[in-house]
Design a protein around this ligand. Structure first.
Ligand SMILES: [Zn+2]
Length: 183
């Protein structure tokens, strides 16, 4: 097991579309373990393989401390989202130090495969829904700071440029869910 390097914006790999996972083997299980280790090391609650430079469609989430679930989600697809939205701050290990209010659907239903390749579905609301949608965006080469609402984009433009230049944002802030974890 190993902690891998987390890519940060504007690394070009973060803007590429990941390929479906086809082999459910030992190597995949090793990758998932490394992803958990890497995520814990960074006090994160979700990580997509893309963020460690592996262009495959899998992600890990651990929101057990927040009352949700922990798991590996392979080839995930959104099956349903609620029309009802949630407010809340969002952060990303690939955009270190930034936390920005970002609306998301309140509830999602996801279809995915587990480490054995078995097809499953899972539903999640609030923080779990946010995590699923955020990490799944990574699989399509999307980083959440490029999708902010116009006023937020303007407010955080300077911080985003600073992070792209390898500097901390003006006021380094972690989202509340991550602060809780590292406390
Ligand atoms: Zn992210």
């Amino acid at each position: 097991m190993a902690v891998r390097k987390i890519l940060t914006i504007p690394d070009p790999v973060l803007y590429q579309k990941a390929e479906p996972v086809a082999k459910f083997d030992r190597k995949l299980r090793g990758l998932a373990r490394d992803m958990f280790e890497t995520m814990y090391e960074a006090s994160g609650v979700g990580l997509a393989a893309v963020q460690i430079g592996v262009l495959q469609r899998l992600l890990v989430i651990d929101l057990e401390d927040q009352g949700f679930i922990k798991g590996v989600f392979i080839n995930p697809e959104v099956l349903e989202v609620s029309e009802e939205m949630q407010e809340g701050e969002e952060g990303c290990l690939s955009v270190p130090g930034l936390s920005v209010p970002h609306p998301r659907p309140r509830w999602v239903k996801i279809g995915y495969q587990d480490l054995n390749g078995t097809k499953r579905t899972v539903e999640g609301e609030m923080l779990l829904a946010r995590a699923f949608l955020h990490e799944m965006d990574h699989l399509d080469g999307k980083v959440f700071v490029d999708q902010l609402e116009p006023d937020m984009k303007l407010e955080f433009a300077e911080d985003i440029e600073r992070i792209k230049a390898g500097k901390p944002p003006r006021e380094s802030k972690k989202p509340a869910y991550r602060r809780a974890r590292s406390a």
